[in-house]
Each structure stands twice: as C-alpha cells, then as structure tokens.
Design a protein around this ligand. Structure first.
Ligand SMILES: *[C@@H]1O[C@H](CO)[C@@H](O)[C@H](O)[C@H]1NC(C)=O
Ligand SMILES: *[C@@H]1O[C@H](CO)[C@@H](O)[C@H](O)[C@H]1NC(C)=O
Ligand SMILES: *[C@@H]1O[C@H](CO)[C@@H](O)[C@H](O)[C@H]1NC(C)=O
Length: 326
C-alpha cells in the first residue's frame, strides 16, 4: 500500500522530466514518405562516387525514363540498370543516389524495406550525414553491406575523438571501437547484427523487415525486426497508419547501441540528411569481392553481366520520421 502510493507520486514526476529532456520517449510524427512522395522529399545526386564505385549516378529525369526509380501508392523502387552492357570507358553502371531535402538532429526514423539490392558487386546503403560536409557532422549507417554478405552492419564515422566502449553494444557483434574516419581506411565503429535475416538474399527471401534509428544526445540506437518476427512493436508495424506519437522505451535491446560515454554526440553529429545509395564495387564491395564466391573481377562482372543486376533494387514501403515533442 505504501509502495503503491509512492509509485503514484513518483511516476508523474519521472514522465515530466523525460518530456522536458525530449529524450528516450516522446516523439511526434514529422514526415511520412511513401510512393510518389519520394520525388518531392529527395534530391537526386549525380557526382562521381566518392567511394570509387563502378557506378554512374543518374539524375531524376533519367532515372524515371529508365525506370531506375518507380513509385506507386505504397512502393518506391530504386535500382541499378539491369539491361545494358557497360563500356570500359564509361563512368560505370547506371544507378541512383538520393538525399533528403530536410535535415534532422535528434529523431527517430523507421524504414519499412521489402527488398534490398542483391547480387555480386552490390553495395547498398541507407544512411545519414551532413550534406556535403563529410566527415564534419559525422555519418550514421543504418543499412549497409556488400556482395550479399550479411548480417547488416550499423556504423558511425566521425572526426577524431569519438569512440565506443567495449561493453553494451546491443545484441550484435562489435567491430572496431574508434569511430574516427582516419583510422583503418575509414572503417568506422560498427556493429554486425545478430541473426541472419537482416541483410541480402536472406532478408529478401523473408520479405524484408523494419529498420529503426533513434538518435539522441545520449545515444544512437538501431533496431531491426524481420517481417516475420514474433514480436513487433505496434508503432513499427503501424498497420492503421495512425502512429502520430511514439516512445522507443518498449522496443527492447537494439541490435546496435552506441552510447555517449566516450563520444560527445552533440559535437560529432550535425544536421543530417537521409541518403539512399546503391553503388557497385568501390572501396568496400570491390576490396572484399575476391573473398566471396563471385566470378571474375568486380569491375568486369559489373560491366558485362547486366542480367545479374535484376535483383539489385530497393523496394521501400515507407520512411517515417519522428522528432522530439518539445
Ligand atoms: C554510399 O553509402 C555509404 C554509406 O555507408 C557511404 O560510405 C558511401 O560514401 C556512399 N557512396 C556514395 C557514392 O555516396
Ligand atoms: C518499372 O518498374 C516497376 C517496378 O519494378 C515495374 O512494376 C514496372 O512494370 C516497370 N515499368 C516498365 C515500363 O518496365
Ligand atoms: C522467419 O522466417 C525465416 C526464414 O524462413 C526463418 O528462418 C525464421 O525462423 C522465421 N522466424 C520466425 C520468428 O518465425
């Protein structure tokens, strides 16, 4: 009885202070991006791939003409070309890189992904960074891998002075702890998810799933629920499309958890755009290509085997972004 009374007094106080901080709990919807909305919420980027991939990023008009991007009511497809042989003198195979017009600091982003690019030489990514200021403003990779080799990796890349402790890294397996991009050729501090359904052919065979990012000034967390997970939080599934507010407190242990113990989050992470890109070969997929069962060399394979890229596409149901309520 005494205990219950104490609780009753205590709970309102706790929830007030959480609201005031705008952390760990209380977010309101700020954008829902689905189907055609991708065309108004993102810009198409056509620069040379900074990671030296065998790609030619095309503009929006070309991507529509060649059906490299395609939108319907609840689908957005982004793909590499799977029809043409690429001349050795060309910049690379046609593909797409899009960047959100809006930027975000502390927020939650939920990505409903049905299919991700699959095939030898592919290096797809869903990530966030501060416009063209890289590495100032940091980088958060939410979905990333290469050459169909799972599980998914979530990784931070920063300027010098941010690192992760060896404990408490979520349910996945931690790699390098120093997030400094200058260490080990920009490996970053990453976590490989547990379970095999988070990346590549397994992810696709399972009809994908949901990735969610939470960024606060205390921590950065990334969760993953496969499509057939036994427990999926209501706000993640959002079957009725009416999740206007949410709290991440009941989402369970994230696959990747990056605390601020040795990293001043506010200092190392800036105003982030969301970027979705599909590159081929390059710094990661190219350098690890020979360790896989993929044939010939990465660049030759990409140039000469268009039909091998028929599954090199993202099918995204929606992106929902939530920001702190106050
Ligand atoms: C594609 O995404 C990854 C995200 O990890 C990034 O490191 C890389 O620079 C990107 N490539 C291009 C060309 O944007
Ligand atoms: C474009 O791509 C979509 C999605 O893959 C497909 O449904 C549609 O038939 C394609 N359109 C053409 C003209 O090929
Ligand atoms: C989901 O499906 C995959 C592939 O069929 C299977 O390995 C996994 O056990 C399933 N998970 C659950 C929770 O049913």
């Amino acid at each position: 009885m005494i205990f219950a009374q104490c609780l009753a007094l205590f709970i309102p106080f706790v929830s007030l202070s959480v609201n005031a901080l705008g952390q760990n709990g209380d977010y309101a919807i700020s954008d829902t991006i689905t189907g055609e909305a991708f065309y108004t919420r993102f810009d198409w980027e056509t620069m040379d791939d900074p990671t030296h991939g065998r790609v030619n990023y095309v503009d929006e008009k070309t991507s529509r003409q060649q059906n490299l991007t395609y939108a319907s009511d609840d689908t957005f497809i982004l793909r590499a070309d799977h029809k043409s042989v690429v001349k050795s003198t060309a910049r690379g195979r046609n593909s797409v890189r899009i960047i959100s017009k809006k930027t975000y600091t502390t927020h939650v982003a939920i990505f409903d992904v049905r299919h991700m690019p699959q095939g030898c030489g592919t290096w797809p990514a869903i990530w966030e960074t501060q416009g063209d200021d890289w590495p100032t403003g940091g980088e958060i990779d939410i979905v990333e891998g290469a050459n169909d080799q799972g599980p998914n990796a979530a990784t931070l890349h920063t300027t010098p002075g941010c690192s992760m402790p060896f404990y408490q890294r979520g349910t996945g397996a931690p790699g390098q702890l120093d997030c400094n991009w200058q260490v080990n050729s920009n490996t970053g501090c990453g976590v490989r998810f547990g379970g095999g359904m988070s990346y590549g052919p397994n992810f696709n065979a399972n009809r994908g799933g949901w990735f969610a990012l939470e960024r606060t000034n205390d921590h950065i967390s990334v969760w993953f629920w496969p499509r057939n997970a036994t427990v999926i939080p209501n706000e993640i599934e959002d079957v009725n499309g009416d999740t206007f507010t949410l709290s991440t407190t009941k989402w369970g242990t994230p696959a990747a958890y990056f605390p601020n113990t040795d990293c001043n989050m506010k200092k190392y992470f800036g105003e982030h755009n969301i970027i979705i890109n599909l590159t081929l070969c390059g710094d990661w997929a190219g350098s690890t290509y020979s360790q896989t069962k993929c044939p010939s060399s990465c660049v030759d394979f990409v140039n000469n085997n268009p039909s091998s890229f028929s599954k090199a596409y993202f099918d995204i149901g929606s992106i929902r972004i939530y920001e702190p309520r106050s």
